[in-house]
Design a protein around this ligand. Structure first.
Ligand code: ARG
Length: 290
């Protein structure tokens, strides 16, 4: 009679579905040091680092309850590095690295490049004369079939060719026309189950036609100016949970009736630099062998 143990473990299917992974950068060197968007104007050196750390920790706690988080170390001279959404855009192990429009943020590129390379990602770059600001300006629809990509104050239209080349995905160009909503993720959030939350006035008319052609009216959550300036669209959505800065009761109620659970996290210190919840994270694909 054979005494060999029966191997059953390899035949078992995984019991849990993979959690999502996000990249964050602790705000220990965060400050408003310069003005490269309207929100920073009048706020130079007026944010409290202590409060920023508390607010960031709150977001980190809520996020790590439902997702995994990787950290990149902050670097001196790059106070905006906390906004990791601008590091690049990742999908299927490939990262299109950001090339920042403003020289003030270009030093970050090198740190993000090193992190992605040492983490095993295939890193693609856009030429310096073609600014592209990563997930700040390019967002996949929730089912991943198309990529909404902005051109406006930061990323330029020519960057879209590089996105098509990277993934062979359909890219739909959206034009941002309000300087307060200088990144796509400040005014547009594709949500689970085919919903979209957006601030229409941030777009030109042809862009609205594209958005409304894709999302039927019952799937559109239109945000008021009052909520838009609270960065309501700058929301992290994982399954039915939405992590977002403080927003109006009306918008919370609307999201709830659409089946979302809303977790509000005060992010006032980051609003002074023109960012909130979604800007503070970058979505990463499943972990890669190091
Ligand atoms: N101060 C930063 C900038 O102007 C904020 C970036 C916000 N990030 C974002 N994904 N919207 O570049």
């Amino acid at each position: 009679m054979s005494t060999r143990p029966i191997e059953i473990t390899s035949a078992l299917p995984p019991l849990v579905t993979a959690r999502r992974t996000y990249l964050m950068c602790p705000p220990t060197l965060y400050d408003v040091d310069y003005v490269i968007n309207p929100w920073m104007s009048g706020n130079v050196h007026l944010s409290s680092r202590e409060r920023a750390i508390e607010q960031w920790n709150h977001l980190y706690r809520e996020l790590t309850a439902i997702a995994d988080v990787e950290l990149i170390q902050p670097q001196s001279g790059s106070p905006d590095m906390v906004f990791t959404a601008n590091a690049g855009l990742e999908r299927n192990g490939t990262v299109v690295l950001s090339g920042f429009f403003h020289p003030e943020r270009q030093a970050e590129e090198h740190h993000f490049r090193s992190w992605f390379q040492s983490s095993g990602y295939n890193v693609l770059e856009v030429p310096r004369e073609i600014p592209f600001e990563g997930e700040g300006d390019a967002l996949f629809s929730s089912e991943g079939t198309r990529l909404w990509a902005a051109h406006g104050p930061r990323s330029v239209m020519a960057s879209h060719t590089h996105l098509v080349r990277a993934w062979g995905v359909e890219v739909i160009a959206l034009h941002l026309v309000d300087p307060r909503f200088y990144h796509l993720d400040t005014c547009f959030a594709p949500l689970e189950d085919g919903f979209v939350m957006y601030y229409p006035q941030a777009f030109d008319a042809p862009s609205l036609v594209k958005i409304e052609a894709f999302y039927p009216s019952e799937k559109r959550i239109v945000v008021s100016e009052a909520d838009a300036v609270r960065f309501a669209c700058n929301a992290i959505n994982i399954d039915r949970t939405i992590l977002v800065n403080d927003i109006s009761r009306e918008l919370v109620a609307e999201l709830q009736t659409k089946g979302f659970e809303v977790i509000q996290i005060t992010l006032s210190e980051f609003l002074k630099a023109g960012g909130a919840a979604k800007c503070l994270v970058m979505r990463l694909g499943p972990q890669i062998e190091r």
